[in-house]
Design a protein around this ligand. Structure first.
Ligand code: G
Ligand code: G
Ligand code: MN
Ligand code: NA
Length: 249
């Protein structure tokens, strides 16, 4: 309960800020994107990852606000630095926020850089058939030039019908499917088949949880477009990300 109160004030005080993890092109290993991941700079407990506060946010109706706070911080970081100009930035969007009647108006109030931002939606949005509100919000998101990605593909509920209807720009293959590809031929074939499905629907594929260069090379050979994982870097503060991007250019 204390933590829920802390979270409410932490959101208001700007203690929740994004870290960024790089994504690289599977052929060149050059950075082509970053994922923004919320971190709570707690006054006494240090830097907390979402595992420590996402469920508290959820049970206190604070997730949509959390997403909004992170988005605003991301937009501000994108504005403050030319380093992110050629690099796509993805932001996680909770099911709550996707169902928020205020979403389109909020986005309209921000200065959204068209073509440079993506929203990652979790597969559970497919659990029920898409509500009218969700459909409207998805259309609004697309109209602002924001890409749509499906997160954690293969671990949850994305039906093929759902993908066909939603036509996301990109899917992210869940790390549990990626980790075993070096030892397991069926796992490798499964990732290859997901790449084929994605191609059929004009979607790009990001592999998550890429922890070794061996994984990276196999994934590139399977036709995966973009790689994200500890092999290429952990989530970093914007300052540390900037230093990394400066080195690359
Ligand atoms: O940063 P870490 O890898 O620990 O993130 C764990 C999970 O928390 C991620 O899978 C992601 O889906 C979720 N997450 C991270 N940042 C955000 C955010 O800003 N909003 C929402 N809704 N989820 C987030
Ligand atoms: O799907 P989601 O948005 O939750 O993915 C981001 C999460 O995955 C973050 O918690 C991040 O810290 C974690 N993550 C990123 N790369 C790797 C990796 O290579 N290995 C593992 N085990 N976790 C990773
Ligand atoms: Mn994600
Ligand atoms: Na994920």
């Amino acid at each position: 309960r204390q933590l829920a109160q802390d979270l409410r004030s932490g959101l208001a005080l700007g203690q929740i800020r994004p870290f960024y993890q790089v994504q690289v092109d599977a052929k060149s290993f050059r950075v082509n994107g970053v994922e923004a991941l919320a971190r709570w700079h707690h006054p006494t407990r240090g830097i907390l990852a979402p595992a420590h506060f996402l469920s508290i946010a959820s049970s206190n109706g604070l997730v949509a606000e959390l997403d909004d706070v992170v988005l605003k911080a991301v937009l501000s970081d994108m504005k403050s630095s030319a380093l992110l100009e050629g690099i796509r930035v993805s932001v996680n969007l909770s099911a709550d926020r996707l169902d928020d009647p205020e979403l389109a108006a909020k986005l309209d109030g921000y200065d959204i850089p068209s073509g440079r931002l993506s929203f990652e939606l979790i597969e559970t949005i497919f659990l029920d058939s898409l509500s009218d509100q969700v459909r409207q919000n998805i259309e609004a998101i697309k109209s602002f030039g924001i890409d749509i990605e499906i997160d954690d593909l293969g671990s949850g509920h994305a039906s093929l019908l759902g993908l066909l209807e939603l036509r996301p720009d990109r899917v992210k293959i869940d790390r549990q499917l990626v980790t075993p590809i070096l030892q397991s031929v069926p796992s490798r074939r499964l990732v290859g088949s997901l790449v084929d499905i994605a191609r059929a629907l004009d979607m790009e594929v990001i592999a998550e949880g890429v922890e070794t260069l061996e994984h990276a090379n196999v994934l590139a050979a399977l036709g995966v477009h973009t790689l994200q994982g500890y092999a290429f870097g952990r989530p970093h503060s914007f300052a540390d990300l900037s230093a990394r991007l400066e080195q690359e250019t």
